[in-house]
Design a protein around this ligand. Structure first.
Ligand code: HEC
Ligand code: HEC
Length: 202
């Protein structure tokens, strides 16, 4: 099949406009984030370790989480009322704003480095535990297209809470139960070490 010049131009135009409808606007997201700042910080780095950092997170993952809170697939009393009135465009704008912010890395306690790093990079074959790195990347920056989140520079306390929530299946919005399976193979000591390792990973 041959495509002439004008057909080609039309296809390109259609692609550009389809893209601009779905894309979030960083400036609009910044304005809309005023109500989120009290908990997540003005730049997406929160001051309370039970409230997650959102800075530098991929738009794909953040959008999925906001839609999941809205539909009730992910349950949380603090977040549920925050998302009820958000439109799809609001969600895209907020995700674009947080993706553009700079994450602030924390520190790992020395006693958690060895076990945390080993589990993160190699998993535990004896328990059938996959290496976290296989999905979340060697530096914890994730994989946007697969919706594997960035997990580095996150508060250890938040990460520990999430892994325990996946383990008890209280959090069950992970596609195909991927994280419920992973966390189900981890002891609470494993979870603590890897969560602390991620806080300092960059
Ligand atoms: C009252 C405090 C509070 C406010 C205000 C708030 N959040 Fe949250 N947010 C939380 C808590 C707590 C969690 C963790 C929920 C859990 O444990 O599952 C969270 C989780 C999230 C997550 C999931 C992060 C992840 O890594 O999975 C996103 C995204 C998010 N909030 C975005 C927002 C946005 C956007 C707003 C504003 C429209 C907002 N939040 C307002 C407390 C708050
Ligand atoms: C096969 C791929 C895969 C592997 C292996 C994997 N994860 Fe995940 N992880 C995911 C996916 C997908 C999600 C997002 C689930 C969702 O959409 O809510 C996720 C989410 C998470 C979250 C929640 C992030 C947040 O901000 O709330 C944490 C923490 C996490 N993973 C840590 C780990 C750790 C630690 C390991 C290794 C012990 C690991 N993951 C192994 C795919 C994987």
């Amino acid at each position: 099949m041959s495509i002439n010049k004008s057909t080609c131009g039309l296809i390109i135009l259609m692609l550009i406009s389809a893209n601009s409808i779905a894309a979030g606007n960083i400036e609009a997201g910044k304005e809309k984030s005023a109500t989120c700042a009290a908990c997540h910080g003005p730049d997406g780095n929160s001051s309370n370790p039970t409230w997650p950092n959102l800075a530098g997170q991929h738009t794909e993952y953040t959008e999925k989480q906001l839609h999941d809170f809205k539909s009730g697939r992910r349950k949380n009393d603090a977040m549920a009322p925050m998302v009820m009135l958000l439109s799809d465009q609001d969600i895209a704008d907020l995700a674009a704003y947080y993706a553009a912010q700079q994450p602030r890395t924390g520190v790992t306690q020395p006693e958690n480095v060895e076990l945390g790093e080993r589990l993160y990079r190699a998993g535990d074959a004896g328990k059938g535990l996959a290496a976290c790195m296989a999905c979340h990347g060697p530096n914890g920056t994730g994989n946007p297209a697969a919706k594997y989140p960035r997990v580095n520079a996150q508060h250890a306390i938040y990460t520990e809470m999430q892994l325990k929530a996946f383990k008890t299946e209280e959090r069950a919005n992970d596609q195909s139960g991927i994280m419920r399976d992973v966390a189900g193979r981890m002891s609470n000591d494993n979870i603590k070490a890897v969560a602390d390792y991620l806080q300092g990973l960059h």
